[in-house]
Design a binder for this molecule. Structure first.
Ligand code: GLY
Length: 281
């Protein structure tokens, strides 16, 4: 059975970023998740773990080091979904170190799909997830992430299940309470065991209108992943005037990547090697 894990470090401008460090961390995220897949663990566990690796690094706009809203606060969104349409998501949380793991708890321990703000944080505390002072999620000056560096992962496990995880601090200077594409199924991420899984990054408003990841996964009915990713991105750009990118995985482990931003870091398994690149357009 083919295994696959793909991560991205956000479609963005990133002209001033340390591309070597970004690629190294993306590679590390794939290695962590892949080790689990090779032990027979689920795609769901692999994408959660890979996303946590990126959330913990202030180079990326997710978890610690998230960009700040107009009030100077961190407000984060995250989604996790498996190929059987199980979904958990959180939005506008400010006191949780790893929002992706809180999203996982929403999926597994509630009848709901999306919890927001204070209610999501109260649920975290009830689940034993520690609440941290919001200021501890703000990276020191010079170490913070660049614009657009949402993170995410898609995976295929040995049982043929796919999953997606996505986590973000949203867009710099956003209004308090603004929620982007990332925690919205079909926009920030979508997974369907019959077809594959996709994870989006970029300016959320356009991605929401395009339903980018649902569209990309649906296009797998008729196209290979690279062609499907490009076709979905073309619709985002031409019909919805959107900016961003996506990673797309089919149920055989083939990968597609497309973006219309200047840079997009990605890493995945090619043969038995982990390949990491900052793709440029
Ligand atoms: N794609 C992240 C956001 O717009 O919030």
């Amino acid at each position: 059975m083919t295994l696959q894990l793909v991560v991205h470090g956000g479609a963005g401008l990133m002209a001033t970023r340390n591309h070597e460090a970004v690629m190294a961390r993306c590679r590390e995220a794939v290695a962590a998740g892949l080790a689990r897949l090779r032990e027979g663990d689920s795609a769901l566990n692999a994408v959660e773990l890979a996303t946590r690796v990126l959330e913990d690094d202030p180079l990326f706009n997710a978890g610690y080091g998230s960009t700040l809203n107009r009030d100077g606060q961190v407000q984060m969104d995250a989604l996790i979904m498996d190929g059987n349409f199980r979904i958990g998501a959180v939005a506008a949380v400010s006191r949780v170190k790893n929002p992706i793991s809180l999203a996982r708890r929403v999926m597994e321990a509630t009848p709901h799909h999306l919890l927001v703000a204070e209610g999501a944080e109260r649920f975290a505390a009830e689940q034993g997830i520690p609440l941290v002072p919001p200021e501890t999620l703000i990276a020191p000056p010079g170490a913070e992430s660049a614009d657009g560096d949402t993170v995410g992962a898609v995976a295929l496990d040995a049982l043929g299940n796919v999953a997606v995880a996505v986590s973000t601090g949203g867009v710099r200077g956003k209004l308090a309470g603004r929620v982007g594409d990332s925690p919205l199924p079909g926009a920030g991420g979508w997974a369907d065991n019959a077809l594959g899984a996709a994870c989006a990054t970029g300016l959320g408003e356009g991605i929401i209108r395009a339903l980018l990841t649902f569209r990309a996964v649906t296009l797998l009915e008729e196209r290979a992943p690279q062609a499907a990713a490009q076709a979905a991105l073309a619709i985002l750009e031409q019909k919805f005037k959107g900016e961003g990118g996506l990673i797309l995985l089919d149920r055989r482990g083939a990968v597609g990547v497309a973006h219309n931003t200047p840079f997009m870091p990605v890493a995945w398994l090619q043969g038995d090697q982990i390949v990491a690149q900052v793709r440029q357009s």
